[in-house]
Design a protein around this ligand. Structure first.
Ligand code: GAL
Length: 672
């Protein structure tokens, strides 16, 4: 367990905000390095991640090392005042290793072994991989553990990006060990997994396998436990690298998380205490309905993992990525808006993948700070400009975001909610969560993202989208919070099962029936495209339910079909607080109205900014900083008094934010 977090600004070398990138000098002749470093200084880069994929270069054959080029790079960066975020280099195995030990390669649920030739092709439970990787970490940390350029250790890379779930026999044994730890007896496991169903009872631990492909559907609790095991397994691997690093180095250690919409295999609530710096990688995902609000959600979640302290954006892109079906390039100013949205939401460091665009390999069409076009390019000019902006925003470093509302998010709920054989495969956890988050974002309500069971006492409102799986204790705490005057919004398919995926019988939404003062007998998911009219003029889609009021009042009801007259949104007085239930997928404006009404009732400040204007405040002891990010093509005005830091002018009463621009207004805090 990491004793305390390292302030991100300490990693810049001058106490300012971190500005940096992944740097892969191994892809270039050393002649290019001098130019790289000169241009890094021009852009204001102060920290670069190197050696992320360095294994084959450092250990070209088993036990034979070659450090000359890395030595030279570290010296060059150091001589130029640029710090190093040093990769342990274990992320991708060299060809000799998988040739010698093909059993390292991970296996899919259908039994296919991955071949080498891509990256991260190793089984998280493989003792052979671990032995070789830790030997490399040992050698690297002995050599560079006290190097003056090294400010941070970067363990592996995005652990679990490609290899989180391995179904091989080695993983099967590790899974069984994990299950013995969790359940101690086979009887307890049989009970938890409900193995009387479909004759699945186990009479020997050896019979238990990872949830490999079957001819039908797998046991849901086995699936859920396999997710839990797989997250723990990679965390264990992270800790084993950290253990080696700590023997030879006092430099802080981290790894880059993937708090993002398309990767969900690590439960970062359990990882977060073990890193010295919370670092995230985030890329705009154009497959989503609203990539910009998803960015904000990911940033708020990362801040939640950092317990509200500043964190570091370890990777994002200057423009297009290369791994989406259509890799949409960022328009002028968009990169600044994205980067500064992360900063607004608590990042004290902004780094890109990567420094110089590759000319070979599968990422050659991925954007970089220095694109193929070179320095005479918009991307390069914007990258240099961003370095200048961060310089002007230095004083924001160390300040924090304070929110009056919390949003409860759980990786475990994500795994469980989206399993097969549920009422509707059109209803997915993240979609519902993003819808709730967007309603808050549109209303200008900043939220802290918290884990189920987190202390909510400092919040006026808790928003709980689709918490399908919930432990008794966490449900009880939410009830207690409302009883004591807190306010909650809970959305459909919440409270349904306990931690073993066992339905709480007696009526839905199980764990939250009493808190919400309702009881649902049956779900009626709607076919795609089908909507039902509601009495507030909006519509219900995807999901409806036969909901009975048991103390709650109806706020919105269905007015057509066999559910006509049934409540779709309810409010229940519970102790001295209100508990709202949203029992359908409302259209966005109706959802925003409900959220705003509940928030206003809870006493939450609703900034209600004009459409497309993102507003977030970071606060320090003497000053607060209002970030105004204009995502729209209209000019916006905002009533505020202070000093604008990017343009550098006083704002006597109204800030003007041109289309696409960002303004950061320093406001003097009132004297207490
Ligand atoms: C990340 C990864 C980087 C690079 C980047 C491209 O997942 O850590 O190495 O591949 O994606 O977007």
């Amino acid at each position: 367990m990491s004793p305390s977090k390292t302030p991100v600004t300490e990693l810049s070398g001058n106490g300012k905000l971190v500005y940096g990138c992944d740097y892969n000098p191994e892809q270039w002749d050393s002649g290019v390095w001098q130019e790289d470093v000169r241009l890094m200084k021009t852009a204001g880069v102060n920290l670069v991640a190197v050696n992320i994929f360095g294994w084959a270069e450092l250990e070209p054959s088993p036990g034979k090392y070659s450090f000359e080029r890395l030595d030279e790079i570290l010296e060059l960066l150091h001589a130029n005042g640029i710090g190093v975020n040093l990769g342990t280099g274990t992320s991708s195995t060299p060809a000799w290793l998988t040739t010698l030990h093909p059993d390292i390669l991970p296996q899919s649920a259908s039994g296919t072994r991955a071949w080498p030739g891509g990256r991260q092709a190793w089984c998280p439970s493989s003792p052979v991989y671990r032995e070789h990787a830790l030997r490399l970490v040992d050698v690297v940390s002995r050599r560079y553990g006290s190097h003056p350029a090294v400010r941070l250790w970067h363990v592996s890379n995005e652990l679990g990006c490609h290899n989180a779930l391995c179904y091989c026999d080695v993983s099967a044994s590790a899974f069984r060990r994990w299950l013995v730890d969790r359940y101690a007896t086979l009887d307890a496991l049989n009970e938890a997994w409900g193995t009387t169903f479909w004759s699945q009872r186990y009479s020997d631990w050896q019979q238990i396998l990872p949830p490999r492909v079957t001819v039908s559907t797998n046991n849901p609790t086995q699936m859920l436990d396999f997710h839990r095991f797989s997250s723990d397994e990679l965390l264990g691997y992270y800790q084993s690298e950290t253990g080696v690093l700590r023997q030879h180095s006092a430099v802080p250690v981290t790894t880059n998380f993937m708090v993002t919409a398309h990767i969900r295999n690590q439960d970062y609530w359990s990882w977060a205490p073990h890193v010295d710096v919370i670092a995230n990688d985030h890329y705009l995902d154009h497959r989503l309905g609203s990539p910009t609000t998803e960015l904000a959600f990911a940033a708020d979640t990362t801040r939640g993992l950092a317990q509200g302290l500043p964190w570091m954006l370890m990777e994002h892109s200057t423009s297009a990525v290369n791994w989406q079906p259509r890799n949409i390039a960022k328009g002028p100013g968009e990169m600044h808006r994205n980067s500064l949205a992360h900063l607004a939401r608590g990042a004290d460091g902004l780094c890109f993948f990567q420094w110089r665009a590759s000319v070979q390999g599968s990422e050659k069409f991925h954007s970089a700070m220095l694109p193929h076009a070179g320095t005479d390019s918009r991307i390069w000019r914007e990258a240099v400009e961003l370095g200048g902006i961060l310089e002007k925003l230095s004083e924001v470093g160390g300040t924090t975001v304070s929110a009056e509302a919390a949003l409860v998010f759980s990786w475990e709920a994500w795994w469980a909610y989206d399993q097969e054989s549920h009422p509707s495969s059109d209803v997915q956890y993240l979609d519902q969560l993003h819808a709730a988050y967007k309603a808050l974002w549109d209303a200008g309500i900043t939220v802290d993202v918290v884990a189920p069971g987190a202390d909510l006492s400092r919040y006026k409102l808790a928003v709980v989208p689709g918490l399908y799986i919930v432990r008794d204790k966490d449900a009880a705490e939410l009830s207690e919070y409302v009883r004591n005057g807190g306010h909650a919004i809970i959305t459909f398919f919440s409270g349904i099962v306990d931690e073993n995926e066992k339905v709480r019988a007696g009526g839905y939404p199980g764990a939250f029936r009493e808190l919400l003062g309702i009881r649902t007998e049956e779900f009626f998911p709607l076919p795609p495209g089908k909507t039902l009219a509601l009495d507030n003029g909006s519509t219900a889609s995807l999901w409806t339910e036969a909901l009975r009021l048991e103390g709650a009042g109806a706020k919105v009801s269905v007015i057509e079909g066999h559910l006509a007259g049934t409540a779709a949104v309810t409010r229940n007085r519970h102790g001295s607080g209100d508990a709202w239930y949203i029992g359908t997928a409302l259209d966005p404006s109706a959802l925003r109205d409900v959220v705003v009404e509940a928030a206003a009732g809870a006493g939450v400040t609703v900034l209600a900014p004009p459409e497309g204007l993102e507003t977030v405040v970071r606060s320090g002891a003497d000053h607060s900083y209002l970030f105004l990010i204009n995502h729209s093509e209209e000019e916006h005005k905002y009533v505020v008094q202070g000093h604008e830091l990017i343009v550098g002018e006083d704002v006597p009463g109204i800030a003007v934010i041109p289309p696409g621009a960002v303004r950061v207004v320093r406001i003097t805090n009132p004297t207490p």
